[in-house]
Design a protein around this ligand. Structure first.
Ligand code: RIB
Ligand code: CA
Length: 321
């Protein structure tokens, strides 16, 4: 039984790997991919998504989404991002974990004419069966769609969000990037009423991918596996220098872990049904505040505190075989 999925991406190195994994795994029916600004401006995240579609010779539609956050960039200056995601490569060149344009040929086919939030409303209001949404960038598109038509929730099977952090942050002292980039959008989605599973940095950093995994992709030696390996090598370089994980020469591969969860839920561990709220200002702006008290009201999110790196690596690499 395949699972219908709509990916929402700010393509980036790990978003690209999530698109590859979702398309290549038979368990997933990739209905569409929506783009949003985040790692890069909307022009780049959209072009990068189109390039990955060409690499796969795939036909899923791409819908371009929001170029700015709901309110964050239009009100008084908010807390600035302080985590760097840069490294110095073997040639002494400075590299960033997300290259502005992916090292792939320019796209040959363009996105659809309808903006992503309108696509969400049209598709979900007419869906014949429930769909799983997998937003792995800022949640702006989905927040706009929910504002246009809250009823879309009736055809959402589950929302699997890459975002948030409890013991680990990466954008500011208290926040993870996707939530930090549009905290108001995240708060709106977390309270929309759909089943929500959150895959935070606590899970992605423990479900790490290693240099050996990247080398295995090189041995598989297909255009898709070699591209994925190039993105893993870039991420391992940056993690080693800027965001070291518990094991050296490994990287967090955040976005694909959400897809892996749809293939084998056991790839997420220590999942607790909690009340999660998003801080909207001050030094904690963008923080996912997770209530783990025994007696809780308003539980709204299945929050994964850990991931299984062996299970995840196998799911990811097997997709390319
Ligand atoms: O914090 C990690 C998230 O921010 C990932 O989705 C990555 O692609 C960036 O968007
Ligand atoms: Ca992303």
């Amino acid at each position: 039984m395949t699972r219908k999925v709509i990916l929402d991406v700010d393509t980036g190195s790990d978003d690209a790997c999530a698109i590859l994994l979702a398309y290549l795994r038979p368990e997933i029916d990739l209905v569409a991919v929506c783009t949003v600004k985040g790692n890069q401006p909307i022009e780049n995240t959209t072009e990068n998504t189109l390039r990955v579609r060409d690499l796969l010779k795939a036909d899923f539609p791409v819908y371009r989404g929001c170029s700015g956050s709901l309110v964050k960039t239009t009100v008084y200056p908010r807390i600035q991002r302080t985590q760097n995601a840069d490294a110095i490569d073997a040639n002494g060149e400075k590299v960033h974990i997300h290259t502005p344009l992916l090292p792939l040929p320019a796209s040959t086919r363009k996105e659809e004419d309808i903006p992503a939030p309108i696509f969400y409303v049209n598709y979900l209001m007419n869906a014949k069966e429930p769909v799983t949404l997998v937003p792995v960038g800022p949640l702006t598109n989905l927040a706009v769609a929910l504002t246009i038509e809250p009823e879309i929730v009736k055809n959402i099977e589950e929302i699997v969000i890459m975002g948030g952090g409890w013991n680990i942050t990466n954008a500011t002292i208290a926040s993870e990037f996707n939530i930090y980039d549009d905290p108001e959008a995240a708060q709106k989605v977390l309270h929309c009423g759909a089943k929500i599973t959150m895959v935070p940095l606590d899970a992605t950093h423990t479900a790490y991918i290693s240099q050996e995994d990247s080398d295995e992709l090189k041995r598989i030696n297909t255009p898709a596996s070699l591209f994925a390996a190039s993105q893993l090598d870039l991420r391992i370089l940056v993690h080693d220098q800027a965001q070291p994980l518990e094991v050296p020469h490994t990287c967090a591969l955040h976005d694909p872990l959400c897809i892996a969860y749809l293939i084998d839920p056991d790839v997420l561990q220590d999942v607790k049904f909690c009340n999660v709220e998003v801080s909207l200002g001050g030094v904690t702006e963008g923080q996912t505040v997770v209530d783990q008290r025994a007696i809780q009201e308003n539980r709204n999110v299945y929050f994964a505190f850990r991931g299984d790196h062996e299970k995840f690596a196998k799911i990811f690499i097997d997709a390319f075989r």
